[in-house]
Ligand binder design. Structure first.
Ligand SMILES: C[S@@+](CC[C@H](N)C(=O)[O-])C[C@H]1O[C@@H](n2cnc3c(N)ncnc32)[C@H](O)[C@@H]1O
Length: 302
């Protein structure tokens, strides 16, 4: 079988591997290197290398790989062994119902962040077609803004990020999803330069404690930008800064949704409470971690 993954080089006398053999070989290679979801990743890399949908692979698992496909797969496998995430190797990530481009300058959007979108939907179920104004602070790839615009067809969004690469990625994903006409992208420090009021303010700010960054998995530490991770000594610096501007930006009866680290919900709720917000809900992610804090301005704080 000819597929040069790992140290063993291909020999031309071997027959080409079938797709299913190639998946098994790559999965073994990834597993030996300590990659957690080796089978799943091997399948995703094979499908991308051979340009196959899930269905096409399921229908013809024993078709042989071409030399070109085998070379591409070997290259992908080597990158995954170096702990580059699959989404970065392929330049794409599924988020919510959308396929988004992921560039090196942005956080790879996480499934946990879909909890924020779900929470927005549950609070605003009766306003699905309303002309909501949405503010996404720290937009990154634009994942949250794109998902919200896909669910609220009458809404408009302002997406802010300090990073020029993130602003470009957000603009590109908004265009890719067909939402450019309902969104604007602003490069700046949180809400500093913003005026006006928003019905929904969302943010997934950097929240990792500075000292914890060195201990993160290589997929995160080596591939997500530091600006997207570092939340300062206690992980809460960005929440403090954002919450300061919230009262002047929130519309009457407006809703704030923060994504938080798994152990930060109480701290973020306390910061919000100190600025006149009342906590409406703390939503849990699929792993049962407290992941999203929902708040509104208490009547006396308006
Ligand atoms: C954790 S990432 C979230 C990205 C995206 N919203 C998501 O959920 O996948 C945080 C984002 O905040 C941005 N950021 C960091 N500091 C900022 C600041 N002072 N002002 C605006 N954006 C900032 C980073 O560039 C990064 O894109």
């Amino acid at each position: 079988m000819k597929l040069s993954v790992g140290k063993k080089a291909a020999t031309s006398s071997e027959p080409p591997p079938t797709r299913i053999e190639a998946i098994a070989k790559v999965a073994d290679y990834l597993e030996a290197a300590g990659v957690a979801d080796a089978q799943e990743d091997a399948r995703a890399l094979l499908r991308a290398a051979a340009g196959l949908t899930r269905l096409e692979l399921a229908l013809a698992p024993r078709a042989p790989l071409s030399d070109e496909e085998a070379r591409t797969l070997s290259d992908y496998a080597a990158r995954r062994v170096a702990r580059e995430p699959v989404s970065r190797i392929l330049g794409e990530r599924g988020f919510w119902t959308l396929d988004l481009a992921v560039t090196p300058g942005v956080l790879d959007p996480r499934a946990d962040t879909e909890t924020l979108v779900e929470t927005a939907l549950s609070f605003l179920a009766k306003k699905r077609d309303a002309p909501l104004s949405i503010l996404d602070l720290g937009a990154g790839s634009g994942a949250i803004a794109c998902a919200l615009l896909s669910e609220f067809p009458g809404a408009r969004a302002v997406a802010v990020d300090l990073s020029a690469e993130a602003c470009a990625a957000t603009a590109a994903n908004l265009a890719r999803c067909g939402f450019s006409n309902r969104a604007s992208v602003v490069r700046g420090r949180w809400a500093e330069a913003l005026q006006g009021r928003f019905d929904l303010i969302v943010s997934n700010p950097p929240y990792v404690r500075t000292d914890d960054i060195a201990g993160l998995e290589p997929e995160v530490r080596l591939h997500d930008p530091a600006l997207a991770l570092d939340g300062g000594a206690d992980g809460l610096d960005c929440y403090r800064e954002i919450i300061r501007d919230m009262p002047r930006l929130l519309a009457e009866d407006g809703l704030v949704l923060f994504e938080v680290g798994f152990d930060q919900a109480v701290s973020v709720a306390t910061l919000l409470g100190a600025k006149g917000f009342q906590i409406e809900r703390v939503a849990r992610d699929a792993g049962r971690h407290e992941r999203v804090v929902a708040a509104r301005l208490a009547a006396s704080g308006k």
